[in-house]
Design a binder for this molecule. Structure first.
Ligand code: HEC
Ligand code: HEC
Ligand code: HEC
Length: 311
């Protein structure tokens, strides 16, 4: 709740202290269900105790000037905190001292990943990438063009053929974190599949030749605790190299190498199916989770696709 619906008006029940000094719950008189369902609203970042806050005036402010006669909020407190990575930390970094650790790492470690990167050293805050020109875009792993622009992929083939006879084949696919300001991907939820296969003379995949390597943090909640299976996320500036090998095959004409991003993999494969097992779901809740399960299986996209002829 502190991250996804942080305003007090979004919380239906609040704690109070009774006359005898015991804690008790009470319906929140300011609760607003419409506001609750909106999640992070402007006020979550811009209002505290009914006062408005914002960044220092920009040299070229993008917003239109107020038309004459409109109130300008009774003034705004300007603070450079809005321009700093620490502004984002409270919601995008779990406390390493005080939260669940999976193989020594908090489930959300984005701020610390950024802090140890060249981006932090060179003074590029989260806002410089995610809110360029102060635009409230916050593009993430669901945006194909954005991800494509930050990750470089290169493939290479080694054909070990001797004269006249087919040889074994090696292909490498390098995935470079060129301009992501933290690990790629930063959360446990996405998975990136690096795949390769041999194609016949009609560009069809030869059965049994498809292989894959996975980039991501595979952490799962099982039997009451978190368990790490692997962590192959790519730190800023680093490279993930997938190596594929095939024995000699006379029918192969090309190699197809491709990279597929599944932004909602964790939700689709682990979270929603487990959630649907729960007995306390309302019929409406069940419908929504079933829809989410379906949508999360369809959100994947391809950022790299190459056909490499063998000769
Ligand atoms: C997640 C936090 C967050 C939310 C939600 C948010 N903002 Fe902002 N807003 C910021 C930050 C951070 C900046 C400063 C960015 C920078 O300096 O690069 C900012 C800047 C602004 C500015 C100054 C723009 C300028 O050109 O100087 C305005 C105006 C603004 N926000 C209005 C809004 C409105 C209206 C909403 C809701 C529709 C909203 N914000 C929602 C974080 C937020
Ligand atoms: C009040 C808590 C809060 C603050 C402060 C906050 N975020 Fe978020 N952010 C969230 C939540 C919650 C989500 C998930 C929202 C959703 O998926 O609907 C999110 C989502 C995102 C996403 C992913 C969007 C997507 O399409 O997947 C990005 C990128 C992001 N935030 C960047 C930032 C940056 C940069 C800042 C600092 C300027 C910031 N956030 C400040 C709570 C916050
Ligand atoms: C150099 C540019 C850059 C900087 C700096 C940067 N990011 Fe990102 N961020 C990206 C790109 C590109 C992606 C999409 C790829 C990915 O998900 O890893 C992304 C993705 C994200 C996501 C989305 C996760 C999701 O599941 O969609 C969040 C949240 C996020 N960043 C938060 C932050 C925070 C917080 C900071 C600062 C501590 C920050 N970013 C700094 C470029 C940047």
């Amino acid at each position: 709740m502190t991250c996804h619906a942080p305003l007090s008006e979004q919380i239906p029940v609040v704690l109070k202290t009774t006359k005898s000094g015991d804690p008790a719950q009470e319906n929140n008189p300011h609760f607003d269900p419409k506001l609750q369902s909106q999640g992070i609203v402007c006020a979550a970042c811009h209002v505290r105790n009914n006062e408005r806050f914002g960044p220092p005036k920009a040299e070229s402010t993008t917003g239109a000037p107020y038309p004459p006669g409109t109130p300008n909020h009774g003034g705004v407190q300007r603070t450079s905190h809005f321009e700093r990575a620490e502004f984002c930390r409270d919601c995008h970094q779990f406390d390493p001292e005080n939260s669940v650790l999976v193989n020594g790492k908090p489930l959300q470690d984005t701020y610390r990943e950024w802090q140890t990167s060249t981006w932090a050293k060179d003074g590029a805050a989260c806002q410089d990438c995610h809110m360029s020109n102060r635009r409230h875009l916050w593009k993430g792993i669901h945006d194909r063009e954005w991800v494509k622009g930050a990750v470089r992929v290169e493939s290479q083939l080694k054909n070990n053929a001797a004269a006249g006879a087919p040889g074994s084949l090696d292909a490498t696919v390098d995935v470079v974190n060129a301009a992501v300001g933290h690990r790629f991907p930063t959360y446990i939820t996405p998975k990136v599949f690096v795949r390769a296969a041999l194609l016949d003379d009609r560009d069809q995949i030869l059965p049994g030749t498809q292989q894959e390597r996975i980039i991501g943090w595979d952490a799962r909640f099982e039997a009451g605790e978190w368990k790490e299976y692997f962590d192959t996320r790519i730190s800023p500036g680093e490279k993930f190299q997938a190596v594929f090998k095939w024995p000699p095959t006379a029918r192969a004409r090309k190699i197809r190498a491709w990279v597929e991003v599944h932004p909602d993999h964790f939700y689709h494969v682990y979270f929603y199916p487990a959630y649907l097992q729960g007995e306390n779901l309302s019929p409406e809740g069940r419908n929504l989770i079933e829809k989410a399960l379906k949508d999360s299986g369809n959100s994947y996209y391809v950022i790299f696709n190459e056909l490499i002829p063998l000769n």
